[in-house]
Design a protein around this ligand. Structure first.
Ligand code: BGC
Length: 767
């Protein structure tokens, strides 16, 4: 994608001019969603050019039979995929006898806008048909936040230089395939098609998983803003229903179709009620009316922005980018349903299957915790607690015992669905992120009850895993963890990955510490947990032997922890010496060349120093940063945000800014040449952290909230808000001052630049 293709604007993502080569990239970037459903920005009308059609429903998946070349024992048989869902947005258009298709007619004045402030997608263009007839089209579409089972479209056509016939064919289509299906199978079975006066519903069921979904549409028309009735011809084929309606209008007239669509699904309703429920929903939306529903949409987004917005003055591109990230995070996960999670691509693509990676725990929790009520982050933790049984089964399959748990690399329902041995079996650091998220949540919210109620069981199972996964090395007289892949996936099957060993040690110690606390303070829970997990007290001392004597690879010469054993045998050539034509290396180099090289895909040792920054001195972090940053290629979206935060913490603001731009505009400027596949939703939370934790210097170790705000020279000022323990704190930083405003009725105790400060209710403190 071309840089500068998206027009800088503070509140909107804007594309001007129609470029077919950008079509699939734009479909990703302009995606819309409401936490329960989402869709790529596909055109409503037929498009014969290159397109990736995608609509998705939260929680609906299909276990696609695994396809691998060489089967390895322990591979899961299925890969649970986020399922491309029946299409309710489609409206085919005929102008006279010619189909409207932006691939075949002449398109001018094309404008597309994702209005992030108000939560809708808009498109305008002029089309000249092959016979010279010209029309102007404007469409507005959104997924409603107020009725999250409903979406709405208003699609208007104005005749510019002729009078004539227009035909609309709105349809529902359940004959949908996943682009990433392993065996080109269909995943949906259509059970019923219901058609009434102005609404239709298709009831379909996923094969194997048996999710039922009623996809509905409600159709009405307006001529020059006044309701009109257009007779229709109903056409039903196997998996599709459409309504054909035509009308002849005059030059200058505008005819609009208003289409409400809905997904009602069996995770939320009884399957026998789904069709009537879908009918009810679309009628409810139609009764409210397109304009009023859109007004409500604007109000709902205003509420979200009230706490989530980050304002950057003096740098429109940075402002646009941070809002883009915050907007998509909110479109993907609303936090009300603990069965849902945040997929790396959200509702914008299919790559990565599954919905849940360690991304949620390691990157997303801080964003949701600080910009929303506590229950949102808690729901994300409960999701993993609910899947503990499956994580224990998963570990058993791999030969672990005694209630040890290994959380999956990729999952929908708790079962592992990833199938590359070097990741599925070896990228076990993910287990540590589960515990880190609990620590982070409890620390930030002060809601300790989560640990006795739920978290302790997870911690015990994970501590058991690490205890069994480590082994004692006679040679080193220490415990080692062999055959792993760290966060840096450009190294596989390595021994003693620093990050993994560090987390393993920490998880065990944290579990032991909390067990002691619960024993003293929550004795009933303690007894319940012991009997539930069959934990014997002497087991804990065995775990602690491993933790206390864990080995970490270290270089005396460089004074740094090594990413893994033998890392210094590599030729250390900085990325600055890599020709541009060879980047990204994962698209240009053979895999073996990547593995042998020193290049690091994403923060690894530095990921550890980010999570446990309070355990390392600033000089130590600086040394590690200077060693690892020059050899990191940042080919994972999850990397630049961590480097940006650490760079800020060691006062390297220009570097922090460079990495910030990279994380925040990763998709808008398509740094990794893959935006057409979908957006990098989970790393967007890292972008938020790059401002709040990076430039803002917000930390929350040991329950103390602290700030150390700095500002890049490119910005005039920035400000953000956080929810902290019932209070809302606004932080503003410019080059001359720093303001902290307590917008709540409770005092907040914080540390600013190392000094303790009490900010009284409603107080503005200027530093
Ligand atoms: C990264 C993983 C991440 C996954 C999904 C991969 O490219 O290396 O750390 O979990 O993407 O975002």
């Amino acid at each position: 994608m071309n840089l500068d293709y998206i027009i800088p604007n503070e509140w909107s993502i804007i594309e001007e001019g129609f470029d077919k080569t950008q079509a699939t990239a734009s479909e990703s970037i302009f995606s819309i969603g409401n936490g329960a459903m989402g869709q790529r920005a596909n055109f409503e009308e037929h498009y014969s050019g290159d397109t990736f059609q995608g609509s998705y429903i939260g929680g609906i998946y299909y276990p696609d039979k695994t396809r691998v070349g060489w089967w390895k024992n322990g591979y899961p048989e299925y890969f649970a995929k986020v399922l491309n869902a029946p299409n309710w947005i489609g409206i085919d258009i005929k102008i006279g006898e010619e189909q409207l298709d932006l691939n075949t007619c002449l398109v001018t004045d094309f404008y597309r806008e994702l209005n992030m402030k108000e939560g809708y997608l808009k498109r305008k263009f002029k089309a000249t048909m092959n016979n010279g007839n010209q029309i102007q089209v404007e469409s507005v579409r959104f997924c409603s936040l107020d009725i999250n089972e409903v979406g709405a479209i208003k699609y208007s056509i104005t005749l510019l230089n002729f009078s004539g016939k227009i035909q609309f064919t709105p349809y529902l289509d359940a004959g949908i395939k996943n682009e990433d299906a392993n065996y080109d199978e269909l995943f949906w079975k259509v059970l019923d098609i219901e058609d009434r006066d102005n609404d239709a519903v298709i009831l379909s069921r996923t094969l194997k998983t048996k999710f039922y979904v009623a996809t509905g549409m409600h159709i009405s028309y307006e001529l020059n803003g006044n309701k009109v009735h257009l007779p229709k011809i109903v056409h039903e084929v196997e998996k599709r229903i459409d309504y054909k309606s035509s009308t002849t209008i005059n030059q200058g007239d505008t005819i609009s179709i208003i289409k409400f669509g809905s997904y009602c699904q069996s995770m939320n309703h009884k399957k026998e009620n789904l069709v009537s429920f879908a009918q009810k929903m679309i009628h409810k939306a139609a009764d409210i009316g397109f304009e009023t529903l859109l007004e409500k949409q604007k109000e709902s987004w205003a509420k979200i922005w009230e706490t989530a917005d980050i304002i950057i003055e003096g740098d429109v591109k940075a402002q646009q980018a941070i809002r883009f990230n915050i907007f998509h995070l909110n479109q993907t996960y609303s936090g009300e349903d603990s069965r849902l999670n945040i997929g790396p691509k959200g509702f914008t693509g299919e790559k990565y299957g599954g919905s849940t990676y360690w991304d949620t725990e390691a990157f997303c929790i801080p964003f949701y915790m600080s910009t929303k009520d506590n229950h949102v982050a808690r729901n994300l933790l409960i999701y993993r607690h609910n899947q503990l049984g499956k994580a224990i089964e998963n570990a058993e399959k791999l030969g672990f015992k005694n209630g040890a748990a290994l959380y999956p690399m990729v999952t929908m329902n708790g079962e592992e669905c990833h199938n590359e041995w070097e990741i599925t079996f070896e990228e076990i650091h993910r287990n540590g992120a589960m515990i880190y998220a609990i620590y982070n949540y409890v620390n930030y919210t002060g809601d300790y009850s989560y640990i006795p109620d739920y978290g302790m069981e997870v911690m015990i199972a994970v501590a058991r895993f690490w205890h069994q996964r480590a082994n004692y090395s006679n040679e080193k007289d220490q415990y080692v963890i062999l055959g792993v892949t760290g966060p840096n996936e450009y190294e596989n099957n390595v021994n003693n990955n620093f990050y993994t060993n560090y987390l393993a040690k920490w998880c065990i110690e944290y579990a032991a510490e909390n067990l002691s606390k619960i024993k003293c303070e929550y004795i009933d829970d303690y007894n319940r947990i012991l009997s539930l997990t069959h934990l014997e007290e002497n087991e804990v001392s065995e775990w602690l032997k491993v933790a206390k004597n864990m080995y970490f690879p270290y270089s005396d010469k460089h004074g740094i922890f090594l990413q893994q054993d033998g890392f210094l045998d590599k030729e250390l050539i900085p990325t600055s010496e890599l020709p541009k034509s060879e980047r990204p290396i994962n698209q240009k180099w053979s895999w073996d060349r990547i593995l042998r090289s020193c290049y690091i895909k994403q923060a690894d040792v530095l990921q550890g120093m980010y999570l446990f920054e309070n355990k390392f001195d600033k000089e130590v972090i600086e040394k590690h940063f200077d060693f690892y940053e020059p050899i990191t290629v940042h080919e994972s979206s999850l990397s630049p945000c961590v480097h940006s935060i650490l760079a800020a913490s060691i006062d390297r603001i220009p570097k922090a800014y460079e990495q910030y731009l990279r994380t925040s505009r990763l998709d808008l400027d398509d740094y990794n040449h893959e935006v057409h596949e979908g957006l990098h939703i989970t790393s967007m939370a890292g972008t938020w952290s790059a401002i709040v934790q990076g430039f803002g210097g917000m930390r929350n170790f040991d329950g103390i909230l602290s700030f150390n705000p700095q500002i890049p020279k490119e910005w005039k000022s920035y400000s953000f808000k956080i929810n902290f323990r019932g209070s809302t704190l606004k932080v503003y930083k410019s080059h001359t001052e720093c303001r902290f405003t307590n917008e709540s009725d409770l005092p907040i105790q914080i540390t600013i630049n190392g000094e303790d400060r009490l900010i009284e209710k409603n107080e503005l403190m200027i530093i």
